[in-house]
Design a protein around this ligand. Structure first.
Ligand SMILES: [Zn+2]
Length: 138
């Protein structure tokens, strides 16, 4: 087995280990693989939150400084806007003479008109048009 063929195998396999026993370069490769596998299985330590109290104190101090700074900054009083002055004038309306009718208007009665009927004969003897004009008032 060549070194290239051994590298295609799993480094923990019997064949790879047999080749690595007689080859210094592949022996190093197998040793690195075993070491990396050991690191992968090892639990990574999580740092404890031992400085939580320090962060809390720093945050409280920053908040206190910000509060003092806000309290010490002089505030500028913004004056209210001036009240607008509106000129009010009474409009002068011209006198209008109103005429009130004393009698009801005379309305003439209209006569009813009878509807008008038209008969229109066409060139086709089977087609005759009847036209009605509605009657109304005269
Ligand atoms: Zn080799």
């Amino acid at each position: 087995m060549t070194c290239e063929e051994a590298r295609w195998l799993e480094f923990e396999s019997e064949e790879a280990r047999a080749h690595a026993a007689g080859c210094a370069e592949c022996g190093e490769w197998v040793a690195d693989g075993v070491a990396l596998r050991g690191l992968a299985d090892e639990a990574v330590p999580v740092p404890r939150a031992t400085r939580r109290w320090l962060r809390t104190v720093v945050a409280a101090a920053v908040a206190a400084v910000a509060g003092v700074w806000v309290a010490m900054v002089p505030r500028q009083e913004i004056p209210p806007p001036p009240i607008p002055v509106v000129a009010v004038a009474k409009p002068v309306l011209p006198a209008v003479e109103v005429q009130v009718p004393t009698q009801a208007p005379v309305v003439a009665r209209r006569k009813a008109v009878a509807p008008l009927y038209l008969k229109i004969e066409t060139s086709d003897p089977d087609v005759i048009i009847y036209w009605t004009v509605e009657g109304g008032e005269e």
